[in-house]
Write a protein that binds this ligand. Structure first.
Ligand SMILES: Nc1ncnc2c1ncn2[C@@H]1O[C@H](COP(=O)(O)OP(=O)(O)OP(=O)(O)O)[C@@H](O)[C@H]1O
Ligand SMILES: [Mg+2]
Length: 323
């Protein structure tokens, strides 16, 4: 299903032997608008879509599904442990949900940090179980306490998932194929997947199932060294997933107290990756750890804290880039 079945609309016009120009003259909708609608570039221009439907005698409900969401899949990736994948995943998800977007978060890390931050207990219905059984992920979704956010939790047993994946046929495509029914359902605006700190087969699967990769990095020397390897890993997956894009690099845990090192690292980042860097930087903020201690997203724990505001601003940038 799609929001506007523009190909069907065009087919109906052609069946009735009407040219785009004739349709424009008869309906008062401009020729360029009709061209845009028929190629799917103007799928929300409801007033004009209705005019075309009336003229072509089609029920608009046949071709237009207002509740359909064009679901985008974003994953957090960096094999450097502790750079902020999980915290950012939670922060971005809650910021998106605040804006009224429907979000599914998937915890792809057996450490279960993302599941815990949404206060979710262990469950048989976890991501690892779905991957092992190669089952439609729709059956593994659980609601969280937070409005607009559903989750597929992780389980500690996922530590050995890579070994199990290794013997499977088409092992690089498993997550993509079990996630596809969720994407095609069109219920969510965004699916955000947290990953484990490895460049593992499971993470290969997750990136292969994603539209965009977000890469958190700390402005510190060890983190910079690893970035090229992460980007290479993503490049290696593009032949399997040609529409895959790096959404950008997120600077996290910027520490102004250590300005000399931090700024030197920032200079290097700007020099090597300026096009990929998000403008909004996330600074060190202890409120985040307090929130995580209480198993709550920081936007829920301290909505007006500096870090919450930074997450919101970052999310606005992500929404512009990852469309
Ligand atoms: N901006 C920040 N300010 C303060 N603390 C932060 C910030 N971002 C992350 N942290 C803290 O750093 C630690 C690691 O963060 P997080 O768990 O998000 O990283 P990760 O990349 O998911 O780690 P892993 O690789 O182990 O999965 C956590 O204790 C978290 O609270
Ligand atoms: Mg993590």
């Amino acid at each position: 299903m799609v929001k506007l079945d523009y190909e069907r609309l065009k087919a109906i016009r052609l069946e009735q032997d009407i040219t785009q120009k004739e349709l424009a003259q008869s309906t008062g909708v401009s020729l360029s608008t009709i061209k845009q609608i028929e190629t799917g570039r103007s799928s929300t221009d409801l007033e004009n879509i209705q005019k075309l439907c009336t003229y072509l005698d089609v029920d608009i409900n046949e071709i237009y599904h207002p509740d359909y969401h064009d679901t985008k899949v974003l994953c957090m990736l960096n094999n450097k442990g502790g750079c902020g994948k999980t915290s950012l995943c939670g922060g971005i998800a809650t910021s998106m949900a605040e804006l009224g977007l429907r979000i599914l978060v998937i915890d792809g890390d057996g450490q279960r940090n993302l599941s815990s931050s949404f206060d979710m207990p262990r469950s048989e219905k976890n991501f690892g179980a779905a991957v092992l059984a190669e089952q439609d992920l729709n059956g593994y979704i659980q609601p969280t306490k937070f409005e607009n956010i559903d989750i597929i939790v992780a389980d500690v047993s996922m530590g050995t998932l890579d070994m199990a994946l290794f013997t499977k046929i088409s092992r690089e495509n498993i997550v993509r194929s079990i996630l596809r029914p969720v994407v095609e359902r069109g219920y969510y605006d965004y699916i955000l997947i947290d990953t484990n700190p490895n460049l593992s087969l499971l993470n290969f699967n997750i990136v292969n199932a994603s539209n965009y990769v977000l890469i958190p990095a700390q402005p510190a020397s060890f983190d910079l060294d690893g970035l090229a390897v992460v980007l290479q890993f993503v490049d290696g997956i593009k032949p399997y997933n040609p529409t895959l894009q790096v959404g950008g690099i997120i600077i996290n845990r910027y520490d102004a107290r250590n300005r000399l090192i931090t700024e030197a690292a920032m200079d290097q980042l700007r020099e090597s990756y300026s096009a990929l860097l998000f403008e909004q930087i996330i600074r060190v903020d202890s409120r985040l750890q307090n929130a995580q201690w209480e198993n709550r997203p920081v936007l829920d724990y301290a909505g007006s804290a500096r870090i919450s505001k930074e997450y919101r601003a970052l999310t606005k940038e992500i929404l512009k880039r990852c469309v």
